[in-house]
Design a protein around this ligand. Structure first.
Ligand SMILES: Nc1ncnc2c1ncn2[C@@H]1O[C@H](COP(=O)(O)OP(=O)(O)O)[C@@H](O)[C@H]1O
Ligand SMILES: [Mg+2]
Length: 237
């Protein structure tokens, strides 16, 4: 069986800066892949390529053997890859339910993760907040709400860029549990960028370490923790 998601030698340059410089990896099915690396190592740019926000300068991304890269974010969402929105603008004046309804119209109705708004909200423990306006939520609730909005598009692949930033340990652990339910119950493949190793290492089955736009190492969290090169360049810093 071919990979669910295949990232094949993708690169992206901005002027003379090689933000991402030949990254390849595969995701086979519902799972959590952790993506770590120092600031400026290309993590966000890589997610932007996979999400269709940027066309790669080289290489391609395929979802279930169909090339999805270079088609723009909107068509990539329709194909089944979604990232969390970086701003909370969408959620500000609308209720969470309204934002989720809008997102579900943008999404991929045939996807195996398609669920009702109430089911998704229940899975993320947001049912009591469905009819509240975004701006009334705490920042941790807003981050969870953004994941609910993204899941309303019924993705096969969910990309989360630093979802635990600003969360305390209990909030981060609740988020990790929610991500596990998304993987196991919605059968979504999740790629998570985060600097908080207490959050990410117990959550991820595989970890990909980036440095200067390239893959420095891949492995299980245990292998990555034991990798001297990773410790020197990142974990020990
Ligand atoms: N839109 C952009 N224009 C120019 N340079 C960019 C842009 N986005 C990112 N970069 C550069 O690309 C490199 C990788 O950035 P980024 O992907 O944001 O890294 P990370 O998310 O790992 O911190 C950095 O040198 C950054 O300055
Ligand atoms: Mg980033």
């Amino acid at each position: 069986m071919s990979a669910l998601l295949k990232v094949d030698d993708v690169a992206k340059t901005f002027g003379g800066v090689h933000a991402v410089d030949g990254v390849s990896f595969e995701v086979d099915g519902p799972s959590v892949l952790g993506l770590i690396g120092p600031n400026g190592s290309g993590k966000t740019t890589l997610l932007s390529i996979v999400a269709g926000t940027y066309a790669p300068t080289r290489g391609q991304v395929t979802l279930e053997s169909t090339v999805v890269s270079g088609r723009g974010a909107h068509r990539t969402v329709h194909a089944g890859i979604v990232r969390t929105f970086q701003t909370t603008r969408l959620l500000g004046t609308w209720t969470l339910r309204e934002s989720m309804q809008l997102a579900s119209n943008e999404g991929h109705p045939g996807a195996r993760s398609a669920r009702s708004i109430d089911d998704i909200a229940g899975l993320l423990h947001l049912s009591a907040l469905l009819d509240q306006r975004g701006r009334g939520l705490t920042s941790a609730q807003q981050r969870m709400a953004m994941i609910a909005v993204a899941l309303s598009t019924a993705p096969k692949v969910l990309l989360l860029d630093e979802p635990a930033v600003g969360m305390d340990l209990n909030e981060a652990l609740a988020l990790a549990q929610a991500i596990r339910r998304v993987r196991d119950e919605l059968r979504v493949a999740v790629i998570v960028v985060d600097h908080n190793m207490h959050f990410l290492m117990p959550l991820a089955e595989h970890v990909l370490v980036m440095a200067a736009g390239r893959v420095l190492a891949t492995g299980t969290p245990l292998e990555i923790r034991a990798n001297q090169e990773v410790i020197a360049s990142y974990l020990g810093a």
